[in-house]
Design a protein around this ligand. Structure first.
Ligand SMILES: Cc1cc2nc3c(=O)[nH]c(=O)nc-3n(C[C@H](O)[C@H](O)[C@H](O)COP(=O)(O)OP(=O)(O)OC[C@H]3O[C@@H](n4cnc5c(N)ncnc54)[C@H](O)[C@@H]3O)c2cc1C
Length: 337
């Protein structure tokens, strides 16, 4: 089944809360409900919108937006060591994490409180506190809108990397994710090595999926604005990866600059975009209805009534200031339409 809405306002469908509209929004249950759109004359412009937590609309969207609505969770198989589950795209990510944690399963607890649909999670390989969706994903099932068939990709075929996957590269504009399969572990694997996590977990006693989820949810709610209260899309920029020589040059001037090795690439170093923005003097900066959040400089916020254009102007200003000070170019993590 599908539901079609024409010239619909999108303000409730994006976490920035910007008030742009789209020519057509199609909410669909199954792949067969939408394949006809891709037979013959395909829409010139189309987009898949999950829960809209990583999408910024900057103008009227003169195309078709597809939103999956099925959210079933099915246990596929179970052993003494793991449980395999299949979850449909519209399932709320954090409800899935809660489900896993309630059963004492390991693997998703560090990814607590990330606002996402399950279908969007593989796209940018959501990650936080030393864990990534790729650590638990086994298979991604999608509608290939060119071959017009449902296909399955194993984890290694998804080309997961930091905030990256095949769905942002070769399959961009081609794949509509329908379901994701995960393997959750029954073997204890606490992952406490990131930031304040260990301290927060110890304050709660033993490290269990539940105590880690509670600790991470508490840290996140202290640091990040709730989009229901203050429009935002989480980290607006990716952490930039620069050549090691560039990082060393900057470290000579700023010895306290956070920097991280990049797995498998000894010539590159990852910098912390939030630190660069903060040190460019922009934490808490406000320009009318938009601003840089005062507790997390990576987050741009809508104080109310901002347009997507206002957010883009602020983002450009932030990029210019960071580039002028550090010579490092920031690129957006958010999808800008
Ligand atoms: C307060 C806040 C905190 C955040 N913290 C984090 C964090 O810690 N770590 C992190 O990684 N991200 C974080 N984010 C970003 C966001 O949670 C993720 O990008 C999430 O995956 C977005 O899910 P969504 O369903 O809302 O995606 P949308 O914004 O709807 O879509 C995001 C992208 O996925 C594509 N997409 C969505 N659904 C599908 C589908 N079914 N098939 C194919 N493509 C699809 C879209 O086309 C788009 O390219 C945060 C966002 C907010 C607002």
């Amino acid at each position: 089944m599908k539901r079609i809405y024409n010239d619909i306002n999108l303000s409730k469908r994006n976490s920035f809360g910007v008030s742009e509209s789209a020519r057509e929004v199609v909410e669909f249950d199954r792949a067969e409900d939408i394949v006809d759109y891709f037979r013959g004359s395909r829409p010139a412009q189309w987009y898949v919108l999950g829960a809209g937590n990583n999408t910024l609309f900057t103008r009227y969207y003169d195309g078709v937006i597809f939103t999956p609505t099925c959210s079933a969770l099915t246990i596929l198989a179970e052993s003494d060591e793991w449980v395999d589950v299949r979850v449909e795209a519209a399932h709320d990510w954090d409800e899935l994490v809660a489900w896993s944690v309630e059963r004492g399963l390991w693997g998703m607890e560090n990814l607590s409180a990330i606002p996402s649909s399950v279908g969007a999670a593989p796209v940018q390989n959501i990650g936080a506190y030393g864990a990534e969706a790729k650590d638990v994903i086994t298979v991604v099932e999608y509608l290939d809108t060119e071959a017009l068939e449902v296909r399955r990709l194993e984890n290694r075929e998804c080309k997961f990397a930091y905030r990256e996957s095949i769905f942002k590269q070769e399959l961009r504009g081609r794949a509509i994710i329908l379901a994701v399969e995960f393997r959750l572990s029954k073997i204890a694997k606490p992952n406490l090595g990131y930031g304040d996590v260990i301290k927060e977990v110890e304050a709660r006693g033993e490290a269990t999926p539940k105590s880690i989820r509670e600790a991470i949810s508490a840290i996140r709610s202290r640091k990040l604005p709730d989009p229901k209260v203050l429009g935002n899309a989480g980290s607006f920029f990716k952490n930039p990866i620069v050549e090691r020589a560039v990082a060393e040059h900057l470290l000579a001037q700023y010895p306290d600059m956070p920097h991280y090795d990049v797995a498998g690439d000894t010539n590159s170093v990852k910098l912390a975009a939030g630190w660069l923005i903060d040190r460019a003097g922009l934490k808490g900066y406000r320009d009318g209805s938009v601003g840089v959040h005062d507790r997390q400089a990576l987050v741009l916020v809508n104080y109310g009534g901002a347009t997507g254009g206002d957010v883009i102007r602020l983002a450009d200003y932030v990029c210019t200031m960071v580039c002028d000070k550090f010579g490092v170019r920031l690129s957006p993590e958010v999808n800008i339409l």
